[in-house]
Design a protein around this ligand. Structure first.
Ligand SMILES: NC(=O)c1ccc[n+]([C@@H]2O[C@H](COP(=O)([O-])OP(=O)(O)OC[C@H]3O[C@@H](n4cnc5c(N)ncnc54)[C@H](O)[C@@H]3O)[C@@H](O)[C@H]2O)c1
Length: 445
């Protein structure tokens, strides 16, 4: 329910929008917008990532923040401090969806709100940038996909690596055959720090006065106020999706984008709370293996790091070489398969060893390398300061303007998040779980 004061405020803002001749989205929805049209953006979930995303989104020319919704008043105050007092703020995102001057929403709530907020937004005629993981539970996926289709809204999922020039280069290198046939992908996201373990700060004024606890809980079990659950929600499965939904999902979107695969058919995982025994129920260490129908295996882990705070990377092993992604660099080392059989003669009588080697060297004369080094190493590094998040937002707003398909649609988002959540399912059930990446359905175990 809108309270009266906020309703009048919303109505006044809508009237102002009409007066300044902003074209309402619904009138333009099926048309191509002029590249000069200002896109009016609203933020739903103005926490750490929501504010960070908004900073980047506003760097894209022709985008303006008009409204923000959050369940903690301090974050709404900070939105006005960052982006101006005329930014409309509310605890109830439905007030934002009711505004005719909002074209698109950026949803960065905890995972358990992703589906409801995205579906509500699309039904209200808004295009959506939805943070990863797209889903919290499996039924979220089909509902988001179907709503995007039936409402004809743009929905892009926020795994920014899908827009990365580094990942695009990796995709191109793999497709060129430079490492031969792909055999295995190993990827990891290790972290040691307390903040890496989601121990985010609780503001000193956190209370049921400043935080809308019932709204935060949403569809989650109704429990008494708990500031840690509100501000450190990733630690509990009722709101987050563990390290699988938080981190594996990035590794899946990277793997799927680079290989073109739709997802695994089998998953097996193991994990535990090894260190952060602080009342959380989400594992801090996770190790998982997946079979891909394209004929490669994927191995993923989240572990503590050997030194340093955080490290993330990929190793693609092919029949003729290796491709690694680390930081802003992708590199390839070619190791073409041997063309000679080699020999194992040391257990034979000495005379036999001698004769065997003489004959072998006649057949395969020893090669003495001379001349320039072969071009067996390729390295591509993104320019200094490169931001894949900027490119991801740029691509999103381009689709909002042109109605061209997004780079990461809900089907891609479901395939990445659905695959990631197989790890949690396998750990919970203590068994191998089966998934059909084409129909995006769990199969018999
Ligand atoms: N793409 C990336 O690299 C990346 C990085 C970090 C986080 N994320 C994603 O962003 C999302 C948010 O993460 P975060 O770290 O910012 O969490 P956060 O706790 O800092 O922020 C979430 C905010 O959502 C608000 N909220 C909760 N329910 C709401 C509702 N019904 N309506 C409006 N606001 C509501 C909370 O009050 C909170 O301020 C998560 O889904 C996370 O996976 C993505």
């Amino acid at each position: 329910m809108l309270d009266r004061r906020k309703f009048i405020q919303a109505a006044a803002m809508a009237a102002t929008a009409t007066a300044t001749n902003l074209k309402p989205l619904l009138a333009q929805s099926s048309q191509t917008r002029s590249p000069n049209d200002m896109i009016h953006l609203a933020l739903i979930g103005a926490g750490i990532q929501g504010q960070h995303d908004t900073e980047i989104a506003l760097e894209v020319p022709g985008v303006k923040l008009v409204a923000a919704a959050d369940c903690y008043d301090g974050r709404l105050t900070h939105c006005k401090e960052l982006w101006g007092q005329d930014v409309f703020t509310t605890r109830d995102y439905r007030e934002i969806l009711a505004r005719t001057d909002v074209d698109a929403v950026l949803i960065a709530t905890p995972d358990h709100w992703h589906k409801t907020a995205a579906v509500d937004a699309m039904k209200a005629g808004k295009d959506v940038y939805l943070e990863k993981p797209m889903i919290h539970v499996y039924p979220d996926g089909p509902e988001i996909i179907e709503t995007a289709r039936s409402t004809n809204r743009i929905l892009q999922v926020g795994s920014q690596r899908v827009s990365s020039v580094i990942y695009a280069k990796a995709k191109e290198l793999l497709a060129s055959g430079i490492i031969g046939k792909l055999n295995m992908v190993s990827a990891y996201w290790d972290r040691n720090s307390s903040l890496g373990a989601w121990n985010y700060s609780v503001p000193l004024d956190a209370s049921t006065e400043t935080c809308d606890w019932p709204r935060f809980l949403g569809s989650a079990p109704k429990i008494p106020w708990n500031a840690e659950r509100f501000f450190q929600w990733r630690k509990w499965k009722d709101y987050g999706s563990g390290v699988a939904g938080d981190l594996f999902v990035h590794l899946f979107s990277g793997t799927h984008f680079i290989t073109g695969a739709h997802g695994p058919t089998r998953a097996m995982a193991t994990g535990a709370i090894r260190y952060w025994k602080d009342g959380r129920d989400a594992d801090d260490v996770l190790l998982a293996l997946f079979d891909y129908p394209e004929g490669f295996n994927l191995s993923l882990h989240v572990n503590f790091v050997d030194g340093g705070e955080e490290s993330e990377g990929f190793l693609f092993t092919g029949s003729e070489g290796l491709m690694t992604i680390g930081g802003n660099t992708v590199s390839v080392t070619r190791t073409p398969p041997e063309t000679e059989p080699g020999y194992t003669v040391s257990t034979f009588a000495e005379a036999m060893q001698k004769e065997y080697i003489e004959q072998y060297e006649k057949k395969y004369p020893p090669k003495h390398f001379s001349g320039p080094l072969p071009e067996n190493v390729q390295k591509f590094t993104a320019p200094e300061g490169y931001s894949d998040s900027y490119d991801h937002f740029h691509n999103f707003f381009d689709s909002v303007r042109t109605r061209k398909p997004v780079v990461e649609d809900p089907t891609f988002g479901f395939r990445a998040a659905g695959a990631a959540l197989l790890s949690n399912l396998s750990v919970e059930r203590g068994e191998v779980v089966h998934w059909n990446p084409e129909t995006m359905k769990l199969e018999r175990s």
